[in-house]
Design a protein around this ligand. Structure first.
Ligand SMILES: *Cc1c(COP(=O)(O)O)cnc(C)c1O
Length: 465
């Protein structure tokens, strides 16, 4: 397979230098310092198969991030390509606005209702996770207007959460560096602190800290007035913020508070959805029941863009029963995206990929990672479940003392990963892994060994090994 990939990779149209020059001249990258990137030159990815990527120099690397948390069924699945090809020939586009629908969006909706927990029976479509969260806000405000409580207008989110990069998504997110470049924000969105025990738990036990952070929600509701608060939104586990898994006490308490004050609970399942933790949806892993879920990424395994919002019956019944919902996108329910999503979800279901993550590959990955990094001089904790993990780098793991320059240490480690042909992302001083869900035991061994090498090299470079 190795040889075949390289043979295909060698058929590319231009040299790496030519690609880089054109990229630097004409392409603005997301979340990038373009001057610095253009000096260094982008890595050009030309091909992928299974869990491996190949760049324009023929280098083969293991993708520990499933692209950007999304390629759940792995690269090169013919079933998805064929679904797109067939649908493009049959009906490449039609809208779902004016009393029309089409078979792919109908099949997808019925399938999602089958796969999601029982009360989730209705789905709205868009093209990204950001749009899904924008849509979630629309639904929330529409819901309270229909319930004759339009004064319930505040939405509470968390610091260091990530909900996308549209204006509303960026406002909901709790990342300062995104807020700084956005002087005008969506109104009535406020933040509470994150449930990040390693970094912010002080002397508390994780259980006590989980309750304390959840009760910040109650304090914020009381400060704003319960009759003013519409919803709380959070990722079941924070993804981009560092794969932060809240203590087990956190979500049950959040749910109790939302119910008590009649506040809608929205779970951003853009990363957690479609098998990442070994459950179909991450809120099932944490044992709570949201009113609204936002979806994207693994919905199509990233083969084409698509997002969705799933509504609990108690919300959907109100939205459906009250006049027009003045919201939609040209590509809402796009037939090609929907056909690919159906093919993708059928693979996840029929090949029992999600069950395998829960009972086999997930536990194996978590165990191998913990064995490989046990008592490592710069590893403070390993958080995660199923096929997602956050590896906390720390100056003094036992006392939970971080590095003064944590973001630089993370970047250093990420650079060692690239040298070792591993894609592992850094979020400040946490290293993140989220491989395709089809990864095998042998590939998990490769992934863990390479992660260990990069972290060893980081410790050596810091004089801490
Ligand atoms: C990626 C992500 C988003 C945004 O999705 P886009 O498709 O990039 O707009 C929203 N929420 C979470 C939790 C994400 O990880």
């Amino acid at each position: 397979m190795n040889d075949r990939i390289e043979a295909i990779a060698s058929k590319q149209d231009r040299t790496t230098a030519e690609y880089r020059a054109l990229d630097a001249a004409h392409h603005l990258h997301p979340f990038s310092d373009m001057a610095a990137l253009n000096r260094a030159g982008s890595r050009v990815i030309v091909k992928a198969e299974g869990v491996h990527l190949v760049d324009s120099d023929g280098r083969r690397m293991i993708d520990g991030m499933a692209g950007l948390w999304c390629v759940n069924v792995g690269y090169g699945r013919r079933e998805l390509a064929e679904a797109a090809y067939r649908q493009m020939q049959e009906l490449p586009f039609y809208n779902t606005f004016f009393k029309t629908t089409h078979p792919p969006v109908i099949e997808l909706s019925a399938l999602l209702a089958e796969l999601a927990p029982a009360p989730f029976n209705r789905f709205f479509y868009c093209s990204s996770g950001s749009e899904a969260n924008d849509t979630m806000l629309r639904v929330v405000h529409r819901y309270w207007a229909a319930a004759a409580k339009p004064q319930k207008k505040f939405v509470i989110a968390r610091r260091n959460g990530y909900h996308g990069s549209t204006i509303a998504g960026g406002t909901l997110g709790g990342m300062d560096f995104m807020h700084e470049q956005m002087p005008s924000k969506v109104e009535n969105i406020v933040h509470i602190d994150q449930p990040y025990w390693f970094g912010e738990g002080g002397d508390m036990t994780p259980e006590a800290f989980g309750l304390e952070r959840a009760r910040q929600l109650e304090a914020k509701i009381l400060e704003l007035g319960a009759d003013q608060v519409a919803a709380f939104v959070g990722e079941p586990f924070q993804g981009a913020g560092g794969v932060i898994f809240p203590p087990p006490t956190y979500w049950p308490e959040i749910q109790r508070i939302c119910r008590k004050y009649d506040v809608l609970l929205a779970a951003d399942e853009v990363i957690g959805g479609f098998g990442r933790t070994g459950e179909w949806f991450a809120h099932q892993h944490f044992g709570f029941e949201p009113d609204i879920i936002t979806l994207a990424k693994g919905l199509t395994s990233g083969y084409v863009p698509m997002g969705a919002v799933g509504l609990h019956d108690r919300v959907a019944d109100v939205i459906v029963g009250n006049d027009e919902f003045s919201h939609g996108f040209t590509y809402s329910g796009h037939p090609v995206a929907a056909a690919v999503a159906v093919a993708n979800l059928k693979l996840l279901r029929d090949e029992r990929i999600v069950e395998r993550v829960k009972h086999d590959t997930g536990p194996y990955f978590q165990q191998r990672l913990r064995e490989a990094l046990r008592a490592h001089p710069i590893v403070g904790e390993i958080a995660g479940a199923g096929l997602v993990a956050g590896i906390q780098l720390a100056q003094e793991p036992r006392t939970r003392k971080g590095f003064a320059n944590g973001d630089e240490v993370g970047t250093l480690c990420r650079d060692f990963c690239f040298e070792g042909n591993l894609v592992m992302r850094a979020s400040d001083d946490r290293m993140l892994l989220s491989p395709p869900l089809v990864i095998s035991h042998a590939e998990i061994d490769e992934l863990v060994a390479k992660a260990r090498s990069a972290i060893d090299a980081t410790a050596r470079a810091l004089g801490l090994s």
